[in-house]
Design a protein around this ligand. Sequence first.
Ligand code: ZN
Length: 66
Amino acid sequence: MSGEAIIIGLTAPQADGLACVRCGADYLRVRVPHVPVGRSVTGSQVFACLGCCPDDVRRAAGGVLR
Ligand SMILES: [Zn+2]
């Protein structure tokens, strides 16, 4: 119950937590610090790079990520 955002409009890798929901960096290929920023509609935890400003991702959780 820590205010997890449900983030929609993600690509499959993003929704699986394998890519940044913000910039789309592929975590299987790019080793970059990333933090959980919420969950996809399927319930998987999703991540954003530390430099990608997770607060921004939360704010964008209305689905304008593209
Ligand atoms: Zn990123």
